[in-house]
Design a protein around this ligand. Structure first.
Ligand code: ARG
Length: 627
């Protein structure tokens, strides 16, 4: 790109500047424009410029670096876009010229609207040849277990996974959102029987997730004394045989207890399911379908939809058999007490991955085996370039074993595409009424709290059209922003008071910033044509200039987030930008200003609202217009 950049075509305006600066520097420095381009870096704060260049990073000996910096700055030619670089030791600081920047950025944002920040080229398999198609990512996230609580780990996976899916889509990837439900295993035999004994059709229809959980808890309560008794007898049996006593009586007793136990019935039921018995499967399928219906409602409150509801049940036996066989044939697995394991401790390089169980003694499959089969399946069905697993750090070992086993089996092509997106724990997630079981409970609770907070300002409250719904949205924002406020790997303490506060970097603060911009827009009452004709060179105050600089970097922030894969990269940017906004309002008034100045400032605020809106949507938030 040369001297005449067209911002409307470029996805990332900062790239225009990078190209421009590198082209000007190349002849002066004798370095290649490409090398320079890659080394132009972000600055921490705007007083250090918009882009920086560490001279030693271009293989200039440290001793000569500061002399070179001065020399290059002196020789830097006049440019329409950037000032002569400022020398700071061995650093060059590049400042964008304010007026060309405003003229480039503000109209570009107003024209691109929701597309500002997206960059469809990044996701192309081959940038030079779009006919080769987009890169594809399969992302497994949320993935709760039916009939068990939706815990904080699932909440984080939902939030982070939803965000990453949006992010890759904004970068032009083809994203397959997949919910890999925990929907298979002996507990479904238990549950089906329990439903016959204790279930209610009515309750199941009304609240499937809650009802299934309740009967699951209840049946476990019934089963507990049975299992305790069996264990007691078994201990007695071990004792007796050690003492050389006759054990026939005890053995009979144990058998009798076991055969009529809830657990044994569950095992038998699940066996029928695994054998494909339609009657047995019908009940299970109902549980699954009703649960999915319910999940869908909750996910839509979080702006999340799935392309596929898969799950452990959907991994074909045949695929798993094939995997286990392949493991045996390649000599990777071995028998151990009737079960089949992969002993990763034999090789010093994989020692810490331990021994992985792939088939139980009774021949039944396991979580890990299903994941191996499922990985094959994802590759066959979707031919992805990337397979992402958004799962809590507690399952680090499981996923490391999975990826390693795939690799050892000769599927390093698959293993290379796999990535575990890990995250830390949430402490103390509970509602005000007690410990939490389901996502809906938390969202309701936080929404109610936000409703209370909103009511403390009567005048504003009365102007909100649908206060309950707004409170609900604010509550969800509060939960999500709290979750995304740190690096993924750090856990945090779930705090209702902190997250619902308007002070500090919280969800409600972000929503407030958005609503305020909407309010300014309403009050200004300018048309789109008014804003198009605005003379942007009137944006001369440092507050306005800095705001434009911040807005210009949004697409670059998105691009950088693809590297960090951290929601906090986006969130920090949005907070930085909204802080700049709130300190601007005093200085850059719209209502009451001269007509031309009013237009220019309104164009700037409208662009800021667009960027804030785009950023919030990328995070999965629903920006509100009034609150
Ligand atoms: N259902 C699992 C759990 O709740 C998470 C599944 C994660 N995905 C996977 N492919 N293993 O622990």
């Amino acid at each position: 790109m040369g001297h005449n950049p067209t911002a409307l075509e470029a996805s990332n305006p900062i790239d225009i500047y990078r190209s421009h600066i590198s082209e000007l520097l190349a002849p002066i420095t004798g370095k290649s424009a490409k090398d320079i381009y890659e080394r132009l870096s972000w600055t921490q704060t705007f007083d250090k410029g918009d882009l920086g260049l560490a001279v030693p990073s271009l293989r200039v000996p440290p001793k000569e670096a500061s002399a070179k910096a001065s020399e290059w700055s002196q020789n830097f030619p006049d440019s329409d876009l950037v000032e002569k670089p400022v020398v700071a030791g061995t650093f060059l600081q590049f400042f964008f010229k304010p007026h060309p920047l405003s003229k480039l950025i503000v109209p570009s944002i107003l024209q691109k609207k929701t597309l500002y920040g997206t960059n469809p080229k990044l996701g192309l398999r081959d940038e030079a040849d779009p006919t080769k198609g987009k890169k594809r990512m399969v992302i497994d996230f949320s993935s709760p277990n039916i009939a068990k609580p939706f815990h904080a780990g699932h909440l984080r996976s939902t939030i982070i996974g939803g965000f990453l899916a949006n992010l890759y889509e904004a970068a032009g990837w083809d994203v397959v959102r997949l919910n890999y439900l925990g929907d298979w295993g002996r507990q479904f035999g238990l549950l089906a029987n329990a439903f016959q004994m204790l279930g209610s059709e009515e309750k199941l229809e009304k609240d499937p997730i809650g009802h299934l959980y309740d009967i699951y808890v209840e049946i476990n309560r019934i089963s507990k004394p049975e299992e305790d008794e069996i264990k007691e007898k078994k201990d007695a049996l071990t004792q007796a045989s050690a003492n050389g006593k006759d054990t026939t009586e005890l053995e009979k007793e144990i058998q009798a207890l076991e055969s009529k136990s809830v657990n044994e019935k569950a095992r038998q039921y699940f066996k029928r399911m695994e054998e494909g018995d339609e009657a047995a499967l019908a009940t299970w399928r109902r549980f699954r379908d009703l649960s999915i219906q319910r999940y869908k409602k909750t996910y839509s409150r979080l702006n999340i939809h799935y392309d596929v509801y898969g799950g452990e049940s959907t991994v074909e036996l045949e695929r798993m058999d094939r995997a286990v066989k392949q493991l045996e044939e390649s000599g990777l697995s071995e028998e151990s007490q009737g079960a089949i394991i992969v002993d990763l401790t034999k090789n010093p390089k994989t020692k810490k991955l331990g021994k992985a169980l792939v088939r139980k003694r009774d021949g039944s499959s396991l979580y890990l085996t299903r994941d191996i089969g499922e990985a094959y399946k994802r590759v066959e069905v979707y031919q992805p370039d990337k397979l992402v697993y958004v799962v809590a750090s507690q399952q680090e070992l499981h996923l490391a074993q999975l990826f390693k086993i795939l690799e050892l089996m000769g599927h390093s092509d698959i293993a290379e595409k796999c990535q575990h997106i890990s995250f830390g724990m949430v402490q103390g997630m509970s509602t005000r009424k007690g410990t939490v079981k389901f996502l809906d409970d938390i969202l309701r609770d936080v929404g109610e709290k936000m409703h209370e907070v909103m009511q403390t300002n009567k005048t504003k409250y009365e102007q909100v059209e649908n206060p309950e719904q707004t409170a609900d949205t604010l509550g969800i924002t509060a939960v999500m922003v709290q979750d995304m406020s740190g690096k993924r790997i750090n856990g945090y303490e779930f705090s209702l008071d902190r997250m619902t506060s308007f002070e500090g970097d919280t969800g409600p603060y972000l929503q407030y910033a958005h609503a305020r911009l909407c309010s300014i827009t309403r009050k200004a009452g300018l048309s789109a044509e008014d804003l198009e004709s605005a003379d942007l060179s009137l944006l001369s105050e440092s507050h306005a200039i800095n705001l434009v600089r911040a807005l210009s970097s949004w697409p670059d922030v998105v691009q950088n987030t693809l590297k960090t894969q951290e929601p906090v990269t986006v969130l920090s940017y949005l907070f930085k930008m909204t802080h700049m906004l709130s300190s601007s309002y005093e200085v850059l008034q719209v209502v009451g200003s001269e007509p031309e100045i009013k237009k220019a400032r309104m164009a700037l605020y409208k662009a800021a609202r667009q960027v804030l809106n785009n950023g919030m949507k990328l995070l999965g938030l629903n920006p509100v217009e009034r609150m």
